[in-house]
Ligand binder design. Structure first.
Ligand SMILES: Nc1ncnc2c1ncn2[C@@H]1O[C@H](COP(=O)(O)OP(=O)(O)OP(=O)(O)O)[C@@H](O)[C@H]1O
Ligand SMILES: CC(C)(CO)[C@@H](O)C(=O)[O-]
Length: 277
């Protein structure tokens, strides 16, 4: 018997990262750190006569989801909904891929374990070129540190033991696929340096400060994002740019204290899961 199933996947903002390409999508990934968010992606999967993927009620072309459905050989209707901006550094494509994997396995009474579904979704993201580390971070929750790249059984994760309020302001989209297709050497050396600094001082403030240094060193800041980050820091807060999007995230009330009309969410303290509704 098959039935519909639903999953929730937290949003994920990467603060800094380095790119690690290997012979297979499973081993390819990123090192780095980010924060998972209670604002996330809900994905519902139901068996259907033909494949259909929607995002917030509209037909959507999300290659990572197509790869997941191919791998599971699932003819299904996938409907995703999110309050997060798409293409702005919140891991929406990774969330849709992981949510589709979890929910399709549920709907079709599949035989995969969680690690195997994370691996499928990670491979789909890497193959689509839309992410390297979001899926494994979203599967973990909290404030994930990606120590070693890739999906289970290869990747290795740790975390900053922290929770709390997060604010964000999105100024527009930035194509992850375009940035990853370009030269990533400079960005990666900044990312490796930030990771060792965070491991020395694994606090959430340390994470945001290293993210800010990374964004500057990697030359990814646009003037607009740079101005907003500077305003938050001037007002005594901690903020940086979401990788990869024209988005600023801040701890606590950082953005609103600096006078911005920000969206508020929280660290999501658990990983992606089936929701049973
Ligand atoms: N309205 C839309 N705007 C942007 N992307 C869309 C939209 N609808 C579907 N997509 C698809 O969603 C995916 C967005 O991926 P992208 O990696 O750019 O952003 P993201 O996953 O939201 O954030 P991140 O930068 O953290 O990866 C792409 O596969 C794109 O084709
Ligand atoms: C490449 C990336 C920054 C895109 O959001 C993310 O997937 C990551 O941190 O690997």
């Amino acid at each position: 018997m098959t039935d519909e199933a639903a999953a929730f996947v937290p949003g994920h903002v990467t603060g800094f990262f380095s790119v690690h390409r290997a012979g297979t999508p499973t081993k390819t990934g990123s090192r780095g750190a980010g924060v998972t968010l209670a604002d996330g992606v809900r994905v519902r999967v139901a068996p259907a006569d033909e494949r259909r993927v929607t995002l917030n009620g509209r037909e959507a072309d999300v290659p990572a989801v197509e790869h997941v459905l191919d791998a599971l050989d699932a003819t299904a209707a996938v409907s995703a909904s999110t309050d997060l901006p798409v293409g702005a550094g919140f891991g929406v494509s990774g969330g849709m891929a992981l949510g589709a994997a979890l929910a399709a396995n549920g709907a079709f009474e599949g035989r995969y374990s969680e690690n195997e579904l994370v691996r499928l979704a990670h491979e789909a993201e890497v193959t689509a070129g839309t992410g390297l580390g979001d899926v494994v971070a979203q599967a973990r929750g909290g404030v994930p540190i990606r120590l070693d790249p890739g999906a289970p059984p290869h990747g290795q994760l740790d975390g900053v033991p922290a929770t709390g309020r997060i604010e964000y302001v999105s100024l527009g989209e930035l194509s992850t696929a375009d940035v990853l297709a370009g030269s990533t050497a400079r960005l990666s050396s900044a990312g490796v340096r930030a990771l060792s600094a965070l491991r020395e001082r694994p606090t959430i403030a340390g994470f945001v400060q290293e993210s800010r240094r990374f964004a500057e060193e990697a030359d990814l800041l646009t003037p607009e994002v740079e101005d907003v980050v500077a305003d938050v820091v001037d007002a005594g807060g901690e903020a940086s740019m979401a990788m990869l999007g024209h988005t600023v995230f801040a701890l606590g009330h950082g953005l609103s204290d600096a006078g911005y009309d920000a969206t508020a969410t929280r660290v999501h303290d658990a990983g992606a899961s089936l929701t049973g509704e």
